[in-house]
Write a protein of this length. Structure first.
Length: 335
């Protein structure tokens, strides 16, 4: 998707991974790492996009923004086997719109600052970043089918059609005007895994095994992203009834199976399930922090230390042979 900066000639770029053998979350983190190694300001837009400000990088890599985009694409292809779609322009809107116009599997499309309005003009209004289907439908009803026509209509008319603030925003974006700056933003502060049941289940053993499987998935996801959770939220979906949701904090931030499992089981026990017919379970790691911010304490618990060594070994096996290769025996019935 996009990347951007202020519409004063300082160019921006955006990207969207569209291929790659690694799991999406890990691929996304790796691409972000490539970006941050090349560019000073990166704004993550999960699950697969980012905004990047190019201004600070041009002094090191030269003024050719397209060449910089190609450099990024070559790096992700050669190092990660992932192709990306990169749009470059003088604002978030132009860069995001440009990236969406790049054909798969990937490529670079750069729009010069002085050419933004001209480049946008022939595009359908629905191709303009920030214009949703409902707004596009309203504009179509009044014969406004392209960004150029939208830019030519008076602001007062657009505001009557779309509303005051939305109309002004749409009119500005049709001209390539978007004053929002790119601000640094890392990966999101939560991560969720979930499972739906093919049939409503009352079996406590199946429910427990499914929860354990979700714990293993969530813990591995956090470790692969280099993050740790401060809290867990468990959501239970019932047939014909409201969801049950509860959040509790961990004693210490963690991404380890044991710690997440202990708290997840406590949350499940708090639900007091008896004869409720479950249709699905979701487990969310909340208030995430970078793993390197977690205090490393000396432990005299040899059993725990052995489990952590085994956990690291299982991660390496999963990385090599696939996520379902190894895990707790109980989860074999939940997968």
């Amino acid at each position: 998707m996009p990347a951007c900066c202020e519409p004063c000639g300082e160019e921006a770029a955006g990207f969207l991974p569209v291929d790659g053998a690694a799991p999406l979350a890990e691929t996304y983190r790796q691409v972000l790492e490539e970006l941050t190694g090349l560019l000073p300001v990166v704004h993550a837009l999960p699950p697969s996009a980012a905004l990047v400000e190019l201004k600070g990088a041009l002094r090191y890599h030269g003024p050719d923004t397209r060449r910089l985009g190609e450099m990024l694409r070559v790096r992700t292809l050669s190092r990660l086997g992932v192709d990306v779609r990169i749009g470059i322009g003088p604002s978030i809107t132009v860069a995001a719109t440009a990236s969406a116009q790049v054909l798969e599997p990937g490529g670079v499309l750069a729009v010069a600052p002085g050419q933004a309005a001209h480049w946008l003009a022939p595009l359908p209004v629905e191709a303009l970043h920030g214009i949703g289907p409902r707004q596009a439908g309203t504009l179509h009803q009044y014969g406004i089918h392209t960004a150029g026509l939208l830019a030519a209509v008076s602001l007062a008319t657009v505001q009557r059609l779309l509303g005051g603030k939305a109309g002004r925003t749409a009119a500005d974006r049709a001209r390539g005007i978007d004053p929002r700056p790119v601000v640094p933003r890392t990966l999101p502060s939560s991560a969720t895994v979930h499972r739906s049941f093919d049939r409503h289940t009352l079996d406590g053993a199946i429910v427990r095994a499914t929860l354990l499987d979700l714990v293993v998935q969530l813990a591995r996801l956090l470790r692969r992203r280099g993050q740790a959770a401060r809290a867990l939220t468990l959501t239970l979906r019932f047939a014909g009834g409201p969801n049950w949701t509860k959040t509790r904090r961990l004693p210490e931030p963690s991404a380890h199976d044991d710690d997440l499992r202990t708290l997840a089981y406590r949350l499940m026990d708090a639900a007091g399930l008896q004869r409720g017919r479950l249709t699905g379970i979701a487990l969310k790691g909340e208030d995430l922090i970078n793993a390197d911010q977690v205090a490393q304490q000396i432990s005299l618990d040899t059993a725990r230390e052995a489990r952590l060594v085994a956990e690291a070994a299982m991660d390496r096996i999963r990385d090599k042979f696939g996520p379902g290769t190894i895990g707790p025996a109980a989860t074999r019935h939940a997968s």
